[in-house]
Design a protein. Structure first.
Length: 272
């Protein structure tokens, strides 16, 4: 489901104002080739976002032991999935990297020893939505990994350290899914969502509206629906990274929601 048309509400940032932060529920790799309500919403938002100097992507699919920033000049397209139609493996998002801004990001991070990486690139949590947001692939993109050995509060704190990038022309794209339980998916994309998925997605939206980030950080204490919705934290931590970058008084505007395959929330929003 697509919500309000965000474009008419997005303000154009001046030279010193912060660029938006985007959280996208990226769902299936098939969203790279399928036209549906979610991908159409991504395309619309992409047309309305200010053109950034670069994009920093925090994707659920670069889940590491340690913290890494990709500093390569030409990130490769990573096909980190299997069993999909051949057309997906022929896609290639050939954008430049941004070694200078990647190194600047490393210097901003104090919560961890962020190591430079040249072997990664863009996983499907990055390039699938970027094909809709920035189809020309002419804006530099670099990724920050998610340290799977660290708790939720660590990722929230680390993301806050990246806030100065928003005033240096960097659009921060956090890519995951609020509800992501592949063990409970249905084959049909439009299958009715699980009750617990609806419950946790709704609760998350309420806590976001209340600005209650601490309860979202402590999601494991939010009941059985939370535990079913977030069996592993990889797709949830990007949400916390995005919320950590919300400045006082900044609004959050949803541009898509709904569920795919019964147990994946597609809720997506723009901050700023």
């Amino acid at each position: 489901m697509v919500l309000e048309k965000v474009g008419r509400h997005l303000r154009r940032q001046d030279a010193t104002g912060p660029l938006p932060v985007v959280f996208v529920g990226h769902g299936s790799p098939m969203n790279a080739v399928e036209d549906n309500s979610w991908t159409l919403a991504w395309t619309e938002v992409g047309r309305e976002l200010p053109r950034p100097r670069a994009v920093l992507c925090i994707s659920a699919h670069w889940f590491t032991d340690g913290t890494y920033v990709h500093v390569g000049e030409r990130p490769r397209t990573i096909y980190d999935f299997y069993g999909f139609p051949p057309e997906l493996y022929r896609l290639d998002y050939r954008c430049p990297g941004s070694p200078e801004l990647a190194e600047e990001s490393r210097r901003l991070i104090r919560t961890a020893d962020a190591e430079p990486d040249r072997g990664w690139g863009l996983d499907h949590g990055a390039w699938v939505p970027l094909r809709r947001f920035l189809p020309s692939a002419d804006v530099p993109v670099f990724q920050l990994s998610i340290d799977g050995t660290k708790p939720a509060a660590f990722h929230y704190s680390l993301a806050r350290e990246l806030a100065p990038l928003r005033r240096r022309g960097v659009l921060i794209l956090a890519s995951g899914n609020i509800v992501h339980n592949l063990g409970q998916i249905e084959p049909e994309r439009d299958a009715a969502p699980r009750d617990w998925a609806v419950e946790f997605d709704r609760l998350t939206a309420e806590l976001i509206a209340d600005g209650d980030h601490q309860r979202l950080i402590g999601y494991r204490d939010l009941g059985d629906a939370a535990l079913a919705s977030v069996p592993t934290p990889d797709h949830y931590f990007p949400l916390l990274s995005a919320l950590a970058l919300q400045e006082k008084g900044e609004e959050i505007r949803y541009f898509a929601d709904g569920f795919a395959h019964a147990s994946v929330s597609m809720r997506s929003f723009v901050i700023g």
